[in-house]
Design a protein around this ligand. Structure first.
Ligand SMILES: [Zn+2]
Length: 141
């Protein structure tokens, strides 16, 4: 999939509304999920083709930055909001690359979309959804 095709596919997939509810009330196995620190879960289930793999990650925008990451990633983001956008994007890449997030955290945050690791490219986008910062990604090659 070319980057333009992946970006268009991701933009279309992002039109699918998120379900955000308490995790204990959420029982689907269809969507891709992100658990929030306060007990909610974000569920995203865009219609997908056979070869399309999606991931979502969300964090509470106003929560404090993790002190160890604030130090490690100092100077690599531009303000509180930008930190969580970079974190969520890195989480989405970790999920799609099947790499532990601790490995991602030891690196720099991912830079602008698309990003490639070991030949696998992720196209992602980040937006606000209520009180959350949400990153959406598709494995595009
Ligand atoms: Zn779900």
């Amino acid at each position: 999939m070319t980057h333009d095709a992946a970006s268009a596919r991701l933009a279309e997939a992002m039109l699918t509304p998120l379900v955000i509810e308490h995790a204990t009330d959420h029982a689907c196995t269809r969507g891709t999920h992100s658990r929030i620190a306060d007990g909610r879960v974000v569920c995203w289930s865009p219609p997908r083709g056979d070869d399309e793999v999606y991931a979502v990650d969300a964090e509470i925008a106003a929560q404090p930055l993790p002190p160890h990451l604030e130090v490690r990633w100092r100077g690599l983001w531009d303000g509180h909001d930008s930190f969580w956008a970079a974190w969520c994007a890195s989480e989405v890449c970790a999920k799609l690359w099947d790499v532990p997030i601790v490995v991602m955290a030891a690196r720099s945050p991912v830079d602008s979309s698309p990003v490639t690791l070991a030949g696998h490219t992720v196209t992602y986008a980040v937006r606000h959804e209520g009180d959350l910062v949400v990153a959406f990604g598709v494995l595009s090659g």
